[in-house]
Design a protein around this ligand. Structure first.
Ligand code: NAD
Ligand code: AHE
Ligand code: ZN
Length: 369
């Protein structure tokens, strides 16, 4: 079939809206009509050429929601008409990783996914006879896409696509990092670095679990108001801090925070985040993804003296199990997604979504098909 898609033909170039060819689903695969997709900073990270795994030409996008159109042979858990959220972290429930409660990182299709192809090693997308790669196993910047069944969470049919698409990455990543990765407890203190589409969801998660103090750090003062609305108790703009930022944050949190979250992808900030976590027990969670070649550093003494450095992908969530529950939380009014979706765009205008992100004007731009 033909489908409209925004294609990243080369790193660093704007996306181009073209009609691509899409092959139907093979064994274990599902054809999905994407109804809406968010634009996450990770899409920009890859588009820009900073992603060491980035391969082109590709159809980016990994924060979508849509409807099952057709199931390939052997698909048992989904049928046409089901509402689904694509999962860049699938859940096969069989691999060594899925069977270990310590991780959500299903590895059953990770290697082919990283190469931009389906589990059988081929792509379903082409343009003028040339192969176009998939992205993060999702490619939600295409109106129709094909995914393995294990990479789709079935969700309730009454949830609006233009809001729940955000649960496909940002909402789950932020709330999950608090609940599943940090397992933060009521009355804790926290510092959140980066008050964008991820950081605000970390704040929302911290409020939900009953954190006592939630410090937000961002260089853009325009982010303060929304962060306060979501539960931030103190705002710090590093540009306004005279002297050492770590010292300032340690003092503000009464000796360091129980939990800190880096939601930017800046290795210098990752160090600050670790070092302002509390001596003896503080945990710092790396969420931001850093460009090719970047490395983190700190004095080992920071770890010897009891701080913990951890990372979180997709908030530690197991997609097929946890995503439907997060959709329920939204539908029950327990989490706010609507306020975070600051811009709605048509696919033709998708590059505007990247411009808004760079200008610091949007939290989430959502493309509706
Ligand atoms: P965003 O662009 O919406 O937000 C980033 C925020 O960081 C902005 O508000 C910006 O002003 C602020 N910022 C930038 N540099 C700063 C600095 N030096 N100090 C303080 N604030 C600074 O991006 P997002 O969509 O929220 O994504 C954030 C990061 O999380 C990205 O690196 C993205 O790739 C990553 N991410 C990771 C996962 C995961 O599973 N680990 C999931 C989604 C996104
Ligand atoms: N390709 C990058 C890594 C990018 C990365 O860490 N991605 C996160 C999700 S970001 C969503 O917005 C992730 O899930 N990581 C685990 C994984 O298996 O990719 C690189 O540096 O190579
Ligand atoms: Zn993302």
């Amino acid at each position: 079939m033909k489908t409209r898609a925004a294609v990243a033909f080369e790193a660093g170039r704007p996306l181009e809206i073209v009609e691509v060819d899409l092959e139907g689903p093979k064994a274990g695969e599902v054809l999905v009509e994407i109804k809406a997709t968010g634009i996450c900073h990770t899409d920009e990270f890859t588009r820009s050429g900073a992603d060491p795994e980035g391969a082109f030409p590709a159809i980016l996008g990994h924060e979508g929601a849509g409807v099952v159109v057709e199931c390939g042979p052997g698909v048992t858990g989904l049928k046409p008409g089901d509402h689904v959220i694509p999962l860049y972290t699938p859940e096969c429930r069989e691999c060594e990783y899925c069977l270990n409660p310590k991780t959500n990182l299903c590895q059953s299709i990770r290697s082919t996914q990283g190469q931009g192809v389906m589990p059988d090693g081929t792509s379903r997308f082409s343009y003028k006879g040339e192969k176009i790669l998939h992205y993060m196993g999702c490619s939600t910047f295409s109106n129709y896409t094909v995914l393995p069944e294990i990479a789709l969470a079935k969700v309730r049919p009454d949830a609006p696509f233009d809001k729940i698409c955000y649960i496909g990455c940002g909402v789950t990543t932020g709330i999950g990092a608090v609940m599943f990765t940090a397992k933060a407890e009521p009355n804790c203190t926290a510092v959140v670095f980066g008050l964008g589409g991820i950081g605000l969801n970390v704040i929302q998660g911290l409020k939900l679990i009953g954190a006592r103090q939630i410090v937000g750090v961002d260089m853009n003062p325009a982010k303060e108001a929304m962060a306060r609305q979501f539960g931030m108790t103190d705002f710090v703009n590093p540009k306004d801090v005279k002297g050492d930022l770590v010292g300032h944050l340690v003092e503000l949190t009464g000796g360091g925070a129980d939990y800190t979250f880096e939601c930017i992808g800046n290795v210098n900030v990752m160090r600050t985040a670790l070092e302002c976590s509390h001596k003896g027990w503080g945990t710092s969670i790396v969420i931001g993804v850093a460009p090719a070649g970047a490395e983190i550093s700190t004095r080992p003494f920071q770890l010897v003296t009891g701080r913990n450095w951890r990372g979180s992908a997709f908030g530690g969530a197991r997609g097929r199990t946890d995503v439907p529950k997060i959709v329920d939380m939204y539908m029950e009014g327990r989490i706010d997604i609507d306020s975070l979706i600051t811009h709605k765009l048509k696919l033709e205008d998708i590059n505007k979504g990247f411009d808004l992100m760079h200008a610091g004007e949007s939290i989430r731009s959502v493309v509706e098909y």
